[in-house]
Design a protein around this ligand. Structure first.
Ligand SMILES: Nc1ncnc2c1ncn2[C@@H]1O[C@H](COP(=O)(O)OP(=O)(O)O)[C@@H](O)[C@H]1O
Ligand SMILES: [Mg+2]
Length: 317
């Protein structure tokens, strides 16, 4: 197959024109101020949600989200995608890093290098641990990514979703940025999302934002699979005592918002060491409690998908 370097052809134009201020459809659109963008968005919302077109060759899409940063979304998304591949090796799994401002999938999946374009002008995802990955971090430098806003983000997401040769995929796991912003709106409006996993930590500040995130998904009609509680507690190395350093409010909040805690992970320095050196716990520490819990989480996601498919078939009949 005739493969070309993707960055100059796909992003060269996008980034160069953005940085130099040369006129192009994207830079012209950026001249709109925030009020224009909000007005436009309100009009679009008022017309109802646009038609969601599936990603060619992708059977299911699962989002990993949370209102706050630093709670472990990317850690969860990376380990979940790898665990899905481990327990169902014949299934094709993808991981999309939709955090265009702070992409960390390349670091955590240990992928680097310029992606290539295929003959259909689609970017070929990079493969590691058997998982097909794509991230803005592979296409532009971090400094460029952080200045992107509004419609520019949507344009970038369009490239990362429909501009990538994802298929065939049984499941695409999407890691999202913190908050309830443009990225979530854009993904939920344009893609048929099968479900979202909401990651939270147990302190009240995080749980408040979690409620906001759950609210947003309900408005966007994205079903929530459940809550993943991360950093639930720390265990003392010496005496084994559990320390609830961040509080223990998750259960109460889950009940209030009517969601199930589908998995709970304690703080573990081995976990963060592994993931930050590009070796997810599921591979680096396969016998650890965390790896076992990620396999259980992966099983729950597969079950959710298969139940959903069964329900959809039953509704059609
Ligand atoms: N259960 C955990 N125990 C210890 N460290 C963790 C745990 N979960 C995540 N981390 C660490 O916390 C940091 C933030 O995690 P990350 O997944 O990047 O969060 P987010 O994507 O929500 O911003 C990372 O350095 C990660 O290694
Ligand atoms: Mg992240």
């Amino acid at each position: 197959m005739n493969i070309h370097k993707a960055v100059p052809r796909v992003y060269g134009l996008l980034v160069a024109q953005f940085n130099t201020g040369l006129p192009c459809s994207i830079s012209l659109r950026l001249q709109h101020n925030k009020a224009d963008v909000n007005e436009h968005r309100a009009k679009v919302m008022a017309r109802g949600l646009p038609e969601k077109k599936p990603l060619p060759g992708v059977k299911n899409i699962i989002l990993v989200a949370s209102g706050k940063g630093g709670v472990g979304k990317t850690t969860t998304a990376v380990n979940l995608a790898c665990a899905m591949k481990v327990i169902e090796p014949d299934k094709e799994i993808g991981l999309l890093d939709a955090d265009v401002f702070g992409p960390s999938v390349p670091l955590m999946m240990n992928i680097s290098g310029e992606p290539m374009l295929n003959d259909d002008n689609l970017i070929e995802p990079l493969l590691n641990y058997g998982v097909k990955c794509m991230s803005m971090g592979l296409l532009v430098s971090g400094e460029n990514a952080v200045v992107w806003r509004g419609l520019m983000v949507m344009q970038a997401l369009e490239r990362l979703t429909r501009g990538v040769a994802w298929g065939p995929l049984d499941c695409l796991v999407v890691d999202t940025p913190p908050g309830t912003g443009d990225t979530h709106l854009s993904l939920a409006q344009n893609l048929p999302i099968d479900g979202a996993i909401v990651v939270t930590t147990p302190q009240s500040a995080a749980l408040q934002v979690t409620k906001r995130g759950v609210n947003m998904f309900e408005k966007l009609k994205v079903p929530i699979i459940g809550l993943v509680e991360n950093m639930s507690h720390a265990v003392c190395f010496k005496c084994g005592t559990r320390n609830y350093v961040f509080g223990s409010e998750t259960k109460r909040t889950a009940e209030q918002i009517g969601l199930e805690i589908i998995e709970s992970f304690e703080v573990d320095s081995n976990m963060s060491e592994c993931i930050n050196s590009g070796k997810p716990a599921i591979y680096a520490l396969p016998d650890s409690i965390h790896a076992e819990k990620y396999r259980q989480l992966a099983n729950k996601v597969f079950k959710y998908i298969s139940d959903k498919e069964t329900d959809a078939k039953a509704t059609k009949q």
